[in-house]
Write a protein that binds this ligand. Structure first.
Ligand code: F6R
Length: 595
């Protein structure tokens, strides 16, 4: 999703911005641009709706005034307005005095735009962010101080923002944040502002994290305000360990590499957590109170992991669970003694963060399950389970799903044994089953790599896919369908197999691909016969005798996790057959920072 970088360095800002923007590419974007100070006190604004390579060519071809040492840059993932150069960031005010990049959504943009237009401001884009430029311009007409102007302008905004504002002639740089991540590093190499520390990890590892309402002038020294009052910068946080750069190691794309990493990752997580499960230590160390109900808050793939975790809890101890999509939380009733488990690999998903604002009884606590221990979600939660899956560069989640399931299941088992709902003996048996997962995932990888490409070739011309499962297999069928649709851009839906006869059978025509994920439930066979009878091309992921026979162990409360491997490989292979970019599928963002 949208990404911000800004810097004040000793030498040239443009190469730093280009390199930092490249580091943000994995988040997904549809246009990119920079604005850089020049030696004659103007701003050079260069934008493109193509890739960063194209931006680099445009920067190299720049024949205006020599580019200077301060600049801002942005990767845009369109929310307001079409994907075109006029809508690409940075945006400018009427005079061109300031340029600005923005992440988030200005919710009162229409009202502000109408007022500003009436008072003579001229807009050159359809983007909500541009209103902020004109608000700052209006404030600068009253007081020529950029820091004050940004401070006053943000008080007129509703919604979410991470902003970096650059002034021509002075080269002053001001950042502001509210409900959208923004970090600032200030060190010997320069000053860096970014929405994602991975972008500037080459120059900075320690960052001050902007809080809601912060406005900061990033000059030779930092001037920091919160809600208008001058304060000291918050203590910096070291991000070095969590943001090690990722590189391809013999794989053609990151998705392929990240699928391959899953068995080793599973082994690492189970080795780390295994000894702390049956003695309850994993749960006890979180310092959370006992709970009688669980509410899972998540989106997309993280919700599928949440479904697995909820089912495990329900099956083992009949603890009531609610699954709440982050964007739908307003309609939930949360009882006291509920644990809220917020799951998000990025820890920055706006829907999840906003869901945490929903009022709940005071005793309700929030546990975060995330791959980003320094994320906004981690800071907002009462306790954090950080699963350290390493950087996931493929935009579609793969290894983080496996990590979420394993860590979430380990935590559930530990909580149950700690509260006496599960015996130590039963827990130890379940831990033994978890320990088999790395081998099961490896077997699934080997079989899938052999069998799936031909199936994908065969199915790649299909216009739509149905994924079926029952019970514990259903979250995996859902994940298979999501992976296929986001990577191949083909329709793919999942259904509880028993529901087919209540309507969705109408979708089956001769040749319709139906992927059925087994979990040992004998009733699935009857459902498969129903679709076969109507001419479906059936692919079964299951035990011996299946089309993709990856399941080996006995059924577990968390279901057939290894079944996700062929589903990921199928989605990737179909996408490649169709010529898609599997690491950067269209319209999908790695960190969805808008609601
Ligand atoms: C799917 C995918 C998305 C994310 C969803 C939540 O491959 O990547 O569905 O799972 O946007 O993201 P996080 O986990 O960062 O909250």
């Amino acid at each position: 999703m949208c990404g911000i970088v800004a810097c004040r360095v000793r030498d040239h800002a443009a190469p730093v911005l280009l390199s930092a923007l490249r580091n943000l590419e994995y988040r997904g974007y549809d246009s990119v641009g920079i604005a850089v100070s020049t030696e004659i006190g103007t701003l050079a604004r260069i934008r493109t709706v193509h890739r960063i390579d194209d931006l680099e060519h445009r920067v190299n071809d720049w024949n205006g005034a020599r580019l200077g040492n301060v600049g801002i840059g942005h990767t845009r993932w369109a929310t307001h307005g079409a994907v075109d150069e006029a809508n690409a960031h940075p945006h400018c005010d009427c005079t061109g005095r300031i340029s600005l990049v923005h992440n988030g959504i200005i919710e009162n943009c229409d009202e502000l735009r109408a007022t500003l237009t009436t008072s003579g401001h001229q807009f050159s884009s359809a983007v909500d962010s541009e209103v902020v430029c004109h608000l700052i311009e209006a404030r600068l007409a009253e007081s020529s101080d950029l820091f004050d102007a940004v401070q006053t302008a943000v008080t007129q905004l509703e919604g979410s923002w991470a902003l970096a504002v650059l002034e021509e002639s002075t080269g002053r740089l001001v950042a502001a944040a509210h409900h959208s991540p923004l970090l600032l590093a200030h060190n010997d190499a320069g000053t860096f502002v970014t929405s994602d520390p991975a972008a500037v990890s080459e120059w900075a590892s320690e960052f001050h994290i902007l809080r809601d309402g912060d406005v900061v002038e990033a000059g030779e020294t930092l001037r920091w305000r919160n809600s208008g009052l001058m304060i000291d910068p918050p203590t910096p946080v070291d991000f070095a360990r969590t943001h090690s750069p990722a590189e391809l190691r013999g794989h053609s794309d990151f998705m392929d590499q990240e699928i391959d990493e899953q068995p080793v990752l599973a082994a690492k997580l189970i080795d780390e957590l295994g000894p702390a499960i049956a003695n309850g230590r994993l749960w006890d160390e979180l310092g959370l109170p006992p709970f009688d109900a669980l509410q899972i808050i998540a989106c997309g793939t993280s919700m599928h992991a949440g479904r697995v975790i909820a089912q495990t809890l329900g099956r083992l101890a009949a603890v009531p669970t609610t699954l709440t999509l982050g964007s739908e939380v307003a309609y939930d009733v949360v009882l006291p003694r509920t644990l809220r488990l917020a799951i998000s690999q990025s820890g920055e998903t706006a829907d999840v963060l906003r869901a945490l604002d929903h009022p709940v009884p005071t005793e309700v606590r929030t546990l975060a399950l995330t791959n980003n221990p320094h994320s906004t979600l981690s800071r907002r939660a009462d306790a954090v389970l950080a699963y350290s899956a390493g950087p996931e560069i493929g935009v579609a989640a793969t290894k983080t799903f496996v990590a979420q399931v394993i860590v979430g299941v380990c935590a559930v088992l530990s909580a149950l044994v700690s509260s006496g709902r599960l015996s130590v003996t039963a827990t130890l048996e379940l831990v033994e089953q978890l320990r088999r997962l790395p081998v099961q995932l490896t077997t699934a990888l080997e079989i899938s790599r052999r069998v799936v490409p031909a199936i994908a070739h065969d199915l790649s011309t299909a216009s739509g896919f149905l994924f079926l499962g029952r019970g514990s297999a259903l979250p995996y069928a859902a994940e298979g369908a999501l992976k296929l649709k986001e990577l191949s851009y083909r329709w793919a839906e999942h259904y509880p197999a028993g529901e087919l006869k209540h309507g969705p059978l109408a979708l089956i025509e001769p040749g319709t691909p139906v992927v059925a994920v087994e979990n040992g439930d004998p009733r699935l066979r009857a459902n498969i016969s129903e679709v076969r009878a109507r001419g479906a091309r059936v692919v079964t992921v299951g035990y011996d005798g299946s089309t993709i026979p990856v399941l080996t162990g006995e059924p577990t409360p968390w279901g057939p996790l290894e079944a996700v491997v062929p589903l990921q490989i199928l989605a990737r292979a179909v996408a490649l057959e169709l010529g898609r970019d599997v690491d950067k599928p269209r319209n999908l963002a790695k960190s969805v920072t808008v609601e």
